[in-house]
Design a protein around this ligand. Structure first.
Ligand code: HEM
Length: 179
């Protein structure tokens, strides 16, 4: 997992809960990196999972809800760092349907070792999009947050249903309807 995902995560934790919480979740994890992340480095996903589990224990917020909140924060970074990825689109459904075929393809050119999910488009109409998310990292709620922010960005609203195909969340169906 790319370092930028870690550095931004710890920044969000600091902003929301303070530096003491950052220390707490790092100290209570057995991290090969010792919690010293750089934006350009690459680290084990298991480290992110440990940090999320520790934060979840401390805050009593589920990991899914933490990932959703983190996505809302992360979207602003994506927008600031990669404005051209967004300006190509005029519609949120078009953008979301292109994650697999365009956006994450470009991401892989910048970060060849990025660990990305797959989003298979099952159905696409003017106001509906059905996609299957697959990833060993089960970060579907991170995706859900990014999807809602994508609609916000276009001043649009949507109802997004998430149906787990695999109970462990490695395969999930997203049913997205523009309101
Ligand atoms: C992960 C970039 C848009 C869904 C990531 C990662 C990067 C990235 C760098 C982390 C990879 C790693 O740590 O190895 C971008 C950029 C985007 C974009 C630059 C737009 C300009 C989106 C959108 C979605 C999305 C709109 C909406 C669903 C995800 C998910 C992950 C992810 C769910 C977590 C990894 C996983 O589930 O396996 N993306 N992304 N991304 N991205 Fe994107």
């Amino acid at each position: 997992m790319k370092g930028i995902v870690f550095t931004e995560f710890l920044e969000m934790v600091e902003k929301e809960y303070g530096l003491e919480m950052v220390d707490d979740i790092v100290v209570n994890a057995s991290l090969a990196s010792k919690g010293a992340y750089t934006a350009v480095g690459t680290y084990e996903f298991s480290e992110m999972l440990e940090l999320l589990q520790n934060l979840s224990l401390k805050t009593k917020i589920t990991i899914d809800d933490l990932l959703f909140a983190y996505a809302l924060h992360f979207f602003n970074l994506l927008l600031n760092n990669y404005p051209s990825f967004f300006s190509k689109y005029t519609d949120p459904i078009e953008l979301l349907a292109s994650i697999e075929s365009h956006i994450h393809v470009e991401v892989l050119k910048i970060y060849p070792d990025a660990e990305l999910p797959s989003f298979e488009v099952i159905e696409k109409k003017q106001n509906t999009l059905i996609m299957i998310y697959k990833s060993s990292r089960s970060m579907h709620h991170f995706g859900l947050g990014l999807m809602y922010k994508t609609f916000d960005y276009f001043n649009s609203k949507a109802t997004i249903l998430l149906e787990k195909i695999k109970q462990n969340g490695t395969e999930v169906k997203f049913i997205i309807t523009k309101n």
